[in-house]
Every structure is written in structure tokens, then in C-alpha cells.
Design a protein around this ligand. Sequence first.
Ligand SMILES: Nc1ncnc2c1ncn2[C@@H]1O[C@H](COP(=O)(O)OP(=O)(O)OP(=O)(O)O)[C@@H](O)[C@H]1O
Ligand SMILES: [Mg+2]
Length: 231
Amino acid sequence: MVLIKIEKLSKTYKKGENKIFALRDINFDIEEGEFVSIVGKSGSGKSTLLNILGGMDTCADGEVLFEGSNILKMNERRLARYRTFTVGMIFQSFNLIPWRTAIDNVKLPLMFSGYPKRLRETRACELLYNMGLYKRALHYPSELSGGEAQRVAIARALANKPKIILADEPTGNLDTSTSADIMALLQMFNSKHNITIVMVTHDKETAYRVSHKTILLSDGEIIKTTTNVRQ
Ligand SMILES: Nc1ncnc2c1ncn2[C@@H]1O[C@H](COP(=O)(O)OP(=O)(O)OP(=O)(O)O)[C@@H](O)[C@H]1O
Ligand SMILES: [Mg+2]
């Protein structure tokens, strides 16, 4: 079943007289339960595409259809619901709030979603426990290793049980073995919990290994789509 349908999606930036196409006529479907990788050189439009899918940027032409509604045209209220309940985002630089502990970072989306206050602590503990971080709950981000910080970010992204995880170079700041751990976690959530994943990576080899479909962007256009057979 198609979860998100992207049709004729374009995004331009004006630079003086010139128009820069960050994305140009992008068309593809994201199936429910699919693991999609987006690869391409720096500046090819990967983050732009991911931010649009996450409802972080609606200033674009075309359609991004989720359950039949174009997220580019949603009112603020529906868009806020989409961002809170449908997607979870993970970034290269983790984007944890530095002055909040690990557990408070995980509790934050539970506040936005109106999760019952008395249950937030338990839910956040459970999420950290599942990431093997129970003992790090009261640490601040500066007191965590890169791999631990990214696992806190994943716990935070999963807090409201999203349908889709959007990950922008999630292993870009991690060493090889920690990257493999994070990748294994993402694969596990995809295969065991059927969470749809869209991941940006510059590492084509990993993309082909972990994902069902790899989309290659160049200058804002899809120049190749590869369907992969996962090992
Ligand atoms: N605010 C902006 N104003 C003008 N141009 C922009 C702006 N943001 C992005 N761009 C341009 O849009 C294009 C796509 O940028 P994007 O960040 O999506 O690339 P990327 O593929 O994620 O690159 P990287 O691998 O370096 O993260 C680039 O050419 C960039 O210069
Ligand atoms: Mg980027």
C-alpha cells in the first residue's frame, strides 16, 4: 500500500535574478513498510526532500500526498498533527536539546502530543531501556557518546509511535562500528515493527545493503531508482 505519493514536486530558491532548482519534478511512491534510501552528491537536494516529507518545509510546488491529503497544502493544525504523530526525524548532528537530560529530551514529543502527563516518565524510560540506555537517562547530551546520543534521538523520534522515520545522514558523525549498530536498529524497526524509513546517506554501499529502494538525486532530479534485494 502506498503511504506517501510524491508527484511533480519542485522546490526553487531565488538568488537575485536566478532561480535555483533544489528539487525538480520529483515523482515516486513510498510504500508502507518500505526502507527507502536517498543518495546523491552534496547539494543534490537530499535534505530539501527529507524536510519536505517531514512537513518542515511546505514552500514547494507539486504534491506530497499522505492518506490522500497534500501536506504542502495542509493548514497549520493538521500539519502540526502530521509532524507530531506521523513522522519521527533523526539528524546527523542528533539535534538533542543540550540543557535537557536524555529522558527529558525523549519526553518532549510526548508533551507536544498530549500524552498523559503521569505516563510520560514510564514511556520515556521504556524507550530508553529499549535502546540500551536506561543508565544514561539522567545524562546531558554532552555527557553521551555519539552513538548514545543518536540512540536517544531515535528513542525521541519513536516516542509517539510514528509511521515513518526520516533520517538525514544518521550515521554521518559516527565511527564504522557505531554506524553499523545504528543501521541495525533502523533495520530492526523497519522489519519487526513495519516502520517505514526514508534515509539520506552518502554511502551507496550501505544504501543498497539495507534498503528496498535507492533513489539517486543529481541537481535536484531523480536520475536513477534501484530496487534492492536485501540480504
Ligand atoms: N536557503 C537556501 N537558499 C538558497 N539555496 C539553498 C537554500 N537551502 C538549500 N539551497 C540549495 O539547494 C540545493 C540542495 O540543498 P540540500 O541541502 O538539499 O542538499 P543535500 O543533498 O542535502 O547536500 P549535503 O549532502 O551537503 O547535505 C543546494 O544547491 C543548496 O545550495
Ligand atoms: Mg543534506
